[in-house]
Structures are given as C-alpha cells and as structure tokens.
Ligand binder design. Sequence first.
Ligand SMILES: [Zn+2]
Ligand SMILES: [Zn+2]
Length: 250
Amino acid sequence: MKITFLGSGGCIEQAGSKYVATMVECGDAIYLVDGGCAIADELLRANKEYKNVRALFITHYHGDHTAGVFPFIDLINWAYTDCSLSLVSPTEEYIEALKDMIMASLSYGGKVDSERLKFIVAKVGRIFEDENVLVDYFPTKHFKNGDTPSYAMLITEKATGKKVLFSGDLSYGLSGNDIPKDALLESDVFVCELYHFIAGELLPHLEGFNGILCINHLFERDKFKKDILDAFSGHSFGVLAPNNNDIIEI
Ligand SMILES: [Zn+2]
Ligand SMILES: [Zn+2]
C-alpha cells in the first residue's frame, strides 16, 4: 500500500500549503481520502490516470477537505466518460449540492451520470469494499453543534492486511474522545490531524499504538514541524510530518 500526501496543510491556506487530500494506492487502484486541494490536477502531476480512481471518501464537508472535489467530479462526469467511481459523502445534502453544481455548469439538457458516479451517503461501519480494500467509517465529533456527521476511516488492504487509519477532523481539544481506539491499535499507520488540539492532548490517546503516526493538517507546518516531531519522539510509535506530495509505503 502506497500513501501519498497530496495536500497536508491546515484549515487556513498559507503560501506553500495545500488543503488536505491523501491518495492511497493498492497496485494500480487509487483511493482518495478527502479532496481539499486540486485533486484533478494533483493526480495528473503524479502521472496517475483518472480511470484508476475507484473511490473518493470524504470525512466531512468543510471546504478545506472538499474544495477540489467539484472540479474533479465535474470533469469525470462530462469529459472522462471511461471512468467510474464511488463518492462517499458525509451527508445527503452535500451530494445534492454537488449534483446541483454539476448541473449548473452544464449546458441545458446535460445530466449527472449517476451510473458511472456512484454517490453513497456515509454511515458508521463498512462503507466500501472491492477486490483490493475494505473501508470502515467511524463517527467523530468534529462539529461543535454535535449533530453534523463527521468520520474517521480505516482502509485495510486485502492482499497484505495492512491498515491505515485516517482521523478526519476531530473534536476540539479531543474533548469528544473520538479517536476510534480499537481501529488505532490494529493500524500500521495513523494519519492524524493536528489542528484542533495540541500534541499534549493527543499523546494520551496513542497509548499502546505501535505503528507510524503521520501528522498532517498542521497549522503553520514549517514553523512547528520540529517541535511536533520532538513532542512525539521517544514513544512506542514512529512519527512523521509529511510534506505535500511525500509518499510512504507500508
Ligand atoms: Zn480541516
Ligand atoms: Zn473540519
């Protein structure tokens, strides 16, 4: 399994940062987790073909996780008619808004090709499976109002059994205790945001984790990277703070 951090920036853009999106590859098959940066562009820059994208998983609908979704899906809809993929959305409203955006950008008489674009409303539990991966969603408490859905997600590669857990965005200060602990303990890699809490608030939740912690979605990344790595060193797990377009293989 290959993991590419297409965008690893925080919630507010800065010069040189890119909104959050991650590409997971199992052989030729591509799975995208969030689409904050310009994923249509990023895929081509990485010499990937759109037809190999099997699914795009959205953890929650905030713009820093979704800004690049519409241009990509719109392109697949009207131009790349040999492509089909699943889009897992945290809400029905987001799917309808995306379809409305596509319709508004098409000539009259155009349509959203829902046979090639399979829109799936997220729910807790197994949300996707193909010959390469299993994908499970877990509820998080990112939204302050408490009732807008947001998710962490676990991707398991069938061939190797390797597992990568994505935190999505979590509760402020981790006050919601919303890291799925069982999934974390069986994961080889934990891609964790570090925008809504600090290292000292995350550390107690990592007890027993023996994989690699990949910190992304980091505020002023270049300024804080060394401090962050220092804060997490000397524990049972490895730690990385990937740059945009960094790749790790497990
Ligand atoms: Zn975010
Ligand atoms: Zn968010």
